[in-house]
Ligand binder design. Sequence first.
Ligand code: LLP
Length: 395
Amino acid sequence: MLNQQEINYFEKVKTPFYFYDMGLLQKSLFAIKDAADLYNFHLHYAVKANANERILRTIKGFGLGADCVSGNEIQTALNNGFSPHQIVFAGVGKTDDEIELAINSNIFSINCESVQELEVINSIAKKLNKRVRIALRINPNVDALTHSKITTGLKFNKFGISLIDVKFIIENINSYENLFIEGLHFHIGSQITILDVYKKLCKVVNDTFSYFTSQGVRIKHINLGGGLGINYQNPESQIPNFLSYFEIFKDNLNVPENVDLHFEPGRSIVGQCGYLISKILYSKTEGNNNTLIIDAGFTELLRPALYDANHKIVNLSSRNKTEIYDIAGPICETSDYFGRAIELPLSKRGDLIGIYSTGAYGEVMASQYNLRSLVSKYYSDEIPLLPIAGKFLFV
Ligand code: LLP
């Protein structure tokens, strides 16, 4: 949680900005590493959740690999020290250039999402005179019971290969001469809080694995994706229960010991360590309705506008008796709200507002719409050096 010393610094820094609690990031990494190591599970951090260099380097320092969905993510992971042998690459729309980069970088696995893509990777590999490790991303048709816009594992979602196409691939497996088809990949969605859905996933994984084995295809590794949710209502809970999450897979997967199991967590590692800090610019009252207009908008944090996400919003400057407010940003769009009917202390122009649990899919989804400046960022371990009016303040 934010401490008073940090809040005092925020008063002096130009808002809006992201603030990262690097100690909390480390605690989360210790927790997920310890839990995964217990079962020898392999971790690839989902770079899409937050590709900030300091965050990436910290995560790399804990020995995690990277899960990438674009050529630039692969390049960024490599530039930040991730080993190619720990990089996986998924995505329904990989371009030829991205596939070439993945092949030339000799990454651990290209996770292929369609029959046509398989043929394209095979022909690019042939051209490069290489043989490439492939995992087939299977669409398991399992409902993740999360927001529809972050559900990926249902039959009509664009992701993954259907079980019918799997049959076709197995029948033609020898025609993919430049591929090693040796892995299976599944990812059913994000911000999953009803963990029983993973039991359903395990059942499909077991059946799919048995099917490949019965057809004489040896599967060496299975990637179970990411998706573990965080507690947005109560960020104080901070570190997700990684042990009980991994236990579900340990207890429900039925594959031989020598098949490696991989995971791609994003939000559960970085979600709680980020805060979006903003200032109140104006307040408006219309009848019974009070609106606070802050200097951050959906250009800094898109999640509320795009997924109706509710982040905890705190007035960091005031502890007066409370009032009910709508919290809006400055963007010229009606969807630019962070919350409706939120109870806050009596709030006024200049008060600092903290929007919690924004470490995942916050900074990385920022834009320059309305030609705004890209959001800046600060880190808890650099606080004594926060710049103030172009100078540095030393404590
Ligand atoms: N693996 C794959 C193949 C994915 O597509 C994703 C997320 C992950 C792993 C990581 O999932 P996580 O552990 O972070 O849930 N922008 C949305 C979330 C989009 C997630 C996209 N895929 C949001 O702000 O909620």
